[in-house]
Design a protein around this ligand. Structure first.
Ligand code: BGC
Length: 357
């Protein structure tokens, strides 16, 4: 157990073994308000987020599994670090300086979330990280040149930090020795009711975005940005998820619900991008990020996997707010660039702040 100058603690226990015998631990970060976050070496996965409701009842608002075997067998990226490229790349192809690279077409002919063995399935080295802001872990992974078809040795560092102000900060940085692409993100599925008691359709969502990124039937962007005005994508004021999720709007139909990127603003500037609120428990999640977009995904592909404590997760029992660059950016010259060059450092920060009202 490590105790730092704040009142934070970190505990560590065995969670399982990789197939090569490396031991996977579960670290639990807690703050002075007894909020806690569980993290494992496999995929850098956030396995639990335990927060109070407005009456002080603590429950887990993150979807996940009790065992490493379940994560390996069925996880739809629950809580994982996603890389090298979060979201889709059209036809699994992109070109850098005239060289065409091919990456796995692991999703309906498209590349999704880093390929067959993305960062959600690798072993992350974890060590407690010295921070006077709260309980913190440093996770590192060196992705070798050519891994999953991507160029360059990519050295990745993720800091998970839980503050006494009830903020969970995720700081991701990366460097490369060859020009490459990166779009690193985090993939927690939330259900603010706690222990995923029901679907998420009565949650209220606010997204601070005037535009979204329309997609084709393969969920690859058309390349244009569209105003959210007068569409079910307008969450500039709070709306329940259920209100527009079965709309006949073509984009909602293509996404089988919400599975789109909203345009949140300038790259590198930390801003409030989203608020999710669950009225019966009063739990609220506010998201800040330095990313130009956020993927709001409403668990449309969840299929009833048996999760933690025997809780089952059918369709729409969790939602994700994944701050990231736009899908297929490597093939869309007008989208903010995802190129990382030697000598540069990729950096992204996401904050999930927990409160009640
Ligand atoms: C994507 C979905 C995908 C899901 C996989 C989300 O980030 O937007 O399209 O099915 O990840 O679990």
């Amino acid at each position: 157990m490590t105790t730092n100058p704040v009142t934070a603690t970190i505990t560590k226990k065995t969670f399982g073994k990789m197939s090569d015998g490396r031991e996977v631990f579960q670290y639990t970060l807690s703050n002075k308000n007894n909020i806690s976050v569980g993290v494992i070496n496999y995929g850098g996965i956030i396995t639990s987020i335990v927060v109070p409701d407005r009456n002080g009842k603590f429950e887990d608002i993150a979807l996940g599994f009790d065992t490493l075997e379940d994560y390996k067998a069925y996880s739809p990226y629950f809580g994982a670090i996603i890389g090298r490229y979060g979201n889709r790349i059209g036809n699994g192809r992109f070109t850098i300086d005239g060289t065409e690279y091919h990456v796995a077409q692991n999703n309906n002919g498209q590349h999704l979330h880093g390929g067959l063995k993305g960062f959600d399935k690798v072993y992350w080295t974890i060590e407690p990280f010295d921070s006077d802001e709260g309980a913190a872990l440093k996770l590192t992974y060196l992705s070798p040149d050519g891994e999953e078809g991507y160029p360059g040795n990519l050295s990745v560092e993720v800091i998970y930090l839980l503050t006494d102000g009830n903020e969970f900060k995720i700081l991701i940085s990366a460097t490369t020795d060859k020009k490459t692409i990166v779009n690193l993100t985090t993939h927690s599925y939330f259900n603010l009711l706690g222990n995923a008691k029901r679907d998420i359709l009565d949650h209220q969502i606010q997204l601070f975005a005037d535009q979204f990124v329309p997609v084709s039937s393969t969920l690859i962007p058309t390349g244009k940005l569209e105003s959210v005005g007068n569409t079910p994508f307008d969450f500039r004021t709070p709306h329940t998820i259920g209100e527009g999720i079965d709309s006949t709007h073509e984009q909602v139909q293509l996404g089988l619900g919400y599975d789109h990127t909203w345009v949140t603003g300038d790259v590198g500037v930390k801003k409030k991008i989203a608020v999710a609120y669950e009225p019966t428990t009063g739990r609220e999640l506010t998201v800040y990020s330095t990313e130009p977009g956020v993927q709001f995904y409403t668990g449309n592909f969840l299929n009833g996997a048996k999760g933690k404590n025997g809780v089952v997760y059918p369709k729409r029992y969790g939602f994700c707010l994944e701050p990231q660059h736009f899908p297929d950016s490597p093939n869309k010259a007008d989208f903010p660039t995802v190129i990382l060059k030697p000598g540069e450092r990729f950096h992204t920060e996401t904050v999930y702040k927990f409160s009640t009202r």
